[in-house]
Ligand binder design. Structure first.
Ligand code: HEM
Ligand SMILES: [Ca+2]
Length: 644
């Protein structure tokens, strides 16, 4: 394949707007794309005309219905730092975004019994088998993203883990619930707390293979009788690095050294620092010995695969580096002060990369700008909105954001400083086995791989490493199917059908299958018409994935709209968002100026031994995005943190 048009040898490189001239030059590579006529410019729901009540937005009372299931925390309105569990971020609705509460919705749930039973077809029959939908529509094809690297995937997964953790249902005696037999076969009768993902009977390859997993725990499981149920959420909703620091005080304390603000770490053979080891590796990782390397951090998914660990270790090193620098600048600061200041700065840097570099890739730069998602170039943003609920909502987490599972590569490159691939790692050989991360210089090689290897494209193809071999254990040939889980998870979460999201996002309601061809290729519409009885039956996740990407974006209309809405709420609904003025957590204007220098390239250089990096660290290196030395990447001057 070839790279994106602007990168062709001989063509002039488009000037990089944000990182080189402060955004004042308006010559953008997407300009021609933007000019293509798009009759349905999508807007995020929060910015749409609120008099258009037919779109199905949940009423304000319904939005915080879940709050009544949880005690209100007592708040200190003057606190300068975020709480660990996210509570009290909103001083009127202090439960919003707090961990161990419930996720919210923006449209009404669709459960067949109005309470918690998965949706049915309009006819009253069962919806099509999720595995059948998956194998029909979402096969494996090597179609790399033209320009974006695997870091886009990895950074996205970090945000996913930062903002949502589904809690699994347990059996009625509170014990862990097994949905499949130990040998991987399907039980005679599936427990009712399990997702109904069956292998079709006529599928010879997967006879009696069990693809089920637990349903998500909800408010009824903790004795709160609201209807429809809300799904529980195990982490803080905010983009606040809870995956590094923890989402509750006990976890947060267990990760600290209580000396000079630093987080606990272990030193690898190469003399660099890594996340600390979990006590019994065999319980948390798929390894034979208790002392094998296997990590702990603020989120228990840290060992899901090596790149997830690498990403979290990068955050750990950033925190500890900031602590060391702040200590030198302010020698009198105690442990608590350094910890909180470093945490606050790290979150600000991470939010800046998120809104300045990551969000425009997903949603398109023009769309991001038009919907107020891009950071300001200077000065404070004064648009904190205390009535905007930042709690992670279900259509985002159970459908739209998961579509990035399409970006996953099945074989992960380890790459040398000269940018040659030194080895390829099969993803399913390393699920929950991260002990290779700190062998030799693998950490740097994984990181260079994230920077250099193309992601898979955002399309209807998924690597079988996730759709056939998810969590495959060594020596076993089969695994789970993440895409079937995603489809069935949407039903578990009570997501209404695709048509609801079309309306919400300003598209015409489809009365017939043919009406879908405004967003979805006719060929795929025909497949949908074969799978589903009625146009109102179609699940949101598969249909959203089939939508044609919007100009300059990697997502189609309704995923752009839903993901846009979520990032809008995480920004304007987060009182501690780094650009806000007039808040208790506001940075000084000198500090804000420094924070805005942050780039993913800088963070990468600060947290590794990599010598060279491309400036646009979410794009593969190319003629227009050449490797430069880390020394030449602009740095933050922390003198702005010196206290008189
Ligand atoms: C190798 C990479 C990845 C693997 C192996 C992976 C695997 C998984 C698994 C096993 C789940 C739980 C599924 C369920 O039971 O419902 C999940 C959930 C999820 N994933 Fe991924 N994922 C990866 C990357 C990503 C990326 C790149 C994104 C987005 C940018 C993402 C977004 C999500 C979201 C939002 C959830 C729901 C979280 C929750 O509800 O707890 N994942 N993923
Ligand atoms: Ca969080």
């Amino acid at each position: 394949h070839s790279d994106g048009g602007a990168d062709r040898p001989g063509s002039r490189c488009a000037r990089d707007v944000d990182k080189e001239d402060g955004g004042r030059t308006e010559t953008r590579p997407e300009k021609s794309a933007r000019d293509e006529s798009d009759p349905n410019q999508s807007k995020i729901p929060s910015l749409m005309d609120s008099s258009d009540s037919d779109r199905g937005l949940l009423s304000p009372q319904d939005i915080d219905l879940g709050d009544q299931c949880f005690p209100k925390p007592k708040c200190n309105p003057d606190a300068r730092f975020r709480s660990t569990d996210g509570g009290c971020n909103n001083l009127i609705f202090p439960v919003w975004g707090q961990s161990n509460t419930a996720s919210t919705r923006i449209v009404q749930a669709d459960y067949s019994d109005g309470r918690d039973e998965p949706r049915k077809a309009a006819s009253g029959r069962d919806l099509p088998n999720a595995r059948h939908v998956r194998t029909t529509l979402f096969k494996d094809m090597d179609r790399p993203a033209p320009k974006h690297n695997l870091y886009v995937m990895q950074f996205g997964q970090m945000i996913a883990h930062d903002t949502e953790l589904t809690i699994s249902k347990t059996s009625s005696n509170g014990k862990a619930l097994a949905c499949c037999n130990p040998d991987g076969s399907a039980p005679e009768v599936l427990p009712k707390e399990c997702l109904k993902i069956m292998t079709p009977k006529d599928d010879p390859d997967s006879k009696n293979r069990c693809l089920s997993t637990q349903r998500a725990s909800d408010t009824a499981d903790i004795g709160c009788q609201i209807k429809p149920v809300r799904k529980r959420i195990g982490v803080t909703s905010f983009i606040d690095a809870s995956l590094l620091y923890g989402s509750d005080d006990k976890t947060a304390r267990s990760l600290r050294t209580f000396t000079n603000g630093r987080l606990r770490s272990q030193v690898g053979e190469d003399g660099n620092s890594y996340l600390p080891n979990v006590k019994n590796s065999t319980q948390s990782c798929n390894v034979a010995k208790d002392n094998t390397v296997c990590y702990v951090s603020g989120d228990l998914r840290v060992n899901q695969h090596p790149d997830m660990s690498v990403q979290t270790i990068s955050m750990l090193r950033l925190h500890n580096t900031l602590c060391d620098q702040l200590k030198i600048i302010n020698p009198t600061w105690n442990d608590e002060r350094i910890y909180q200041e470093a945490r606050r700065l790290l979150i600000a840097m991470y939010q800046h990369v998120t809104y300045n570099e990551f969000v425009p890739i997903l949603l398109g730069k023009d769309y991001s700008r038009a919907n107020k998602l891009l950071p300001l170039k200077e000065g404070y943003d004064l648009n904190y909105n205390q009535f905007l609920n930042p709690t992670t909502f279900t259509s985002f987490t159970a459908a739209a954001f998961r579509s990035l599972h399409s970006y996953i590569q099945g074989f992960i490159d380890l790459v040398s400083e000269a940018r040659s691939v030194t080895s390829k790692m099969r993803l399913s050989d390393f699920y929950i086995r991260t002990d290779i991360v700190q062998r030799k210089d693998n950490y740097d090689s994984f990181l260079r791989g994230l920077l250099t290897q193309h992601a898979q494209g955002q399309d209807q193809f998924f690597t079988e490493e996730v759709s056939e071999y998810l969590f495959r254990i060594p020596n076993k040939t089969m695994g789970l199917d993440l895409v079937s889980i995603d489809i069935e998870r949407g039903r578990d979460f009570g997501l209404p059908s695709y048509n609801t999201y079309r309306k919400l996002c300003g598209l015409r309601e489809a009365k017939t299958f043919d009406d879908l061809t405004d967003q979805i290729d006719k060929k795929n519409v025909d497949v949908l018409a074969n799978l589903y009885e009625n146009v109102n039956d179609i699940d949101y996740y598969p249909a959203g994935l089939l939508e044609k990407p919007k100009p300059g974006a990697i997502l189609g209309h309704t995923f752009q709209c839903i993901i846009g809405e979520m990032f809008f709420r995480w920004k304007f609904g987060d009182r501690f968002y780094y650009e806000f003025g007039n808040q208790t957590g506001t940075f000084s204007s000198d500090q804000l100026k420094e924070i805005r220098k942050t780039t993913l390239a800088l963070i990468t250089c600060m947290t590794s031994n990599i010598q060279t990096v491309q400036r646009n660290a979410f794009d593969v290196p190319s003629k227009c995005n050449q490797l430069v030395t880390c020394k030449s990447i602009p740095k933050l001057n922390l003198d702005a943190w010196k206290e008189e």
